[in-house]
Design a protein around this ligand. Structure first.
Ligand code: NAD
Length: 359
């Protein structure tokens, strides 16, 4: 299925609205999910619709929540997302951090009890659009999926890390899961999408695997609780260490709870995010920083490719290319993903006439 982003957004929005969110929240959730597909992160795109709707039905995520600002100093904020959709509560926390940093030069905002907040890079992009440098440490309470370096048992979440450096002509966005692959990429692979690297997962006996059943077992509903293996942390001991620190800052510090046992609310998956924001013009003239950065980017990218036809890319470059390409041609969705969304639409009571056709 190849579909343009606009009809995809409105179809997905109609599913959420029908399932009980306000029209505004439905449009917001659909917007962020479809944008994830647009930038090439299908793992955080509309493939999530069936799971989000199931969580909404089960009361594991709540519709139209107003997050509570529980600490509010000139430079520090703490926001409780109260189990609302991440796409609704996270922008409130990020905007708080932006407003404080624009006023004071620097700020730190802790977000806890947010529903799945999608691509951490969305929030780095939001900060960059306001002209700010930002760093985000995220954890996923209730989602134990990753084996630490040196272990086979699941002890960490896929804990993403993101940061932004705004340049006048292009924001630089680094954004990744601290696991070898994001869980959504295992989900996408299990539904017929892009295959996993052969060393992405680890079985209980320590052997490596690229087979999604290592994580999900044979279950149709792709429930990671049914699998015996784990996703591996990225970057050996260094990635495992960064994931550990995401649990410390995003989980232990924010109050979200780490992904360890006896933390958080049973059955709920919540993101915690510790974010730092900085106004670069307080450090020095931004035009000078940008000129130095652009010279460095040229130098960085001039490294000879390690493989014939290869190329050195800077953070955010693949996403920008995908945005341009998929924006023009449409978003490709595997048949399995598309049918699971259509089935969800029917389940919530949408008429077949609401189902868009291929681009
Ligand atoms: P990934 O492995 O595709 O890495 C993406 C990062 O690497 C980007 O910054 C990209 O610009 C850069 N990049 C990609 N190819 C590159 C290349 N060839 N050269 C140089 N840089 C390159 O991403 P991922 O780890 O699969 O994460 C996917 C998404 O999942 C992220 O948006 C992340 O925030 C999200 N995520 C969210 C949660 C959550 O609980 N909300 C959990 C895990 C991951």
């Amino acid at each position: 299925m190849l579909i343009q982003v606009a009809p995809l957004k409105s179809f997905v929005a109609s599913i959420f609205a029908r399932a009980g969110t306000s029209e505004a929240e439905a449009a917001r959730i659909a917007g962020y999910l479809a944008e994830a597909n647009l930038v090439g992160h299908d793992s955080h795109g509309v493939v999530r619709v069936p799971r989000y709707i199931q969580w909404l039905k089960e009361g594991r995520v709540l519709a139209d929540v107003t997050p509570e600002v529980v600490v509010d100093t000139p430079v520090i904020g703490v926001v409780d997302g109260k189990f609302g959709f991440g796409q609704t509560v996270t922008p409130v926390a990020v905007q708080l951090g932006i407003d404080k940093a624009l006023m004071m030069g620097l700020s730190a905002v802790a977000l806890r009890n947010s529903g799945h907040l999608g691509r951490a890079g969305d929030w780095a992009e939001m900060a960059a659009a306001a002209g700010l440098i930002s760093i985000h440490y995220v954890n996923v309470q209730g989602s134990l999926l990753v084996a630490p370096f040196g272990g086979v048992d699941r002890r960490i979440s896929t804990a993403p890390f993101a940061m932004s450096v705004p340049l006048p002509n292009r924001p630089l966005i680094l954004d990744f899961a601290t696991s070898h692959v994001a869980e959504g990429k295992v989900l996408v692979a299990s539904r017929g999408g892009k295959k996993l690297p052969v060393d992405a997962l680890i079985r209980p006996d320590g052997t490596l695997s690229g087979d999604p059943t290592t994580l999900y077992g044979k279950s149709e509903d792709r429930n990671p609780e049914n699998g015996e293996g784990a996703i591996r942390a990225f970057g050996l001991h260094k990635g495992s260490g960064l994931a550990f620190m995401c649990e410390m800052l995003g989980g232990a510090l924010t109050g979200n709870g780490t992904c360890g046992p006896r933390e958080g609310e049973r059955g709920r998956i919540t993101n915690g995010m510790m974010s730092f924001y900085l106004r670069p013009d307080v450090i020095g003239p931004v035009e000078e920083m940008a000129a130095r950065a652009e010279r460095y980017i040229e130098f960085y990218k001039s490294s000879r490719p390690s493989e014939p036809g290869g190329e050195v890319l800077i953070p955010g470059e693949t996403e920008n290319r995908s945005r341009a390409e998929r924006g023009a041609k449409g978003i490709p969705l595997p048949d399995d993903t598309w049918s699971s969304i259509v089935a969800t639409a029917r389940e919530v009571g949408l008429n077949d006439t609401a189902i868009p056709q291929a681009a």
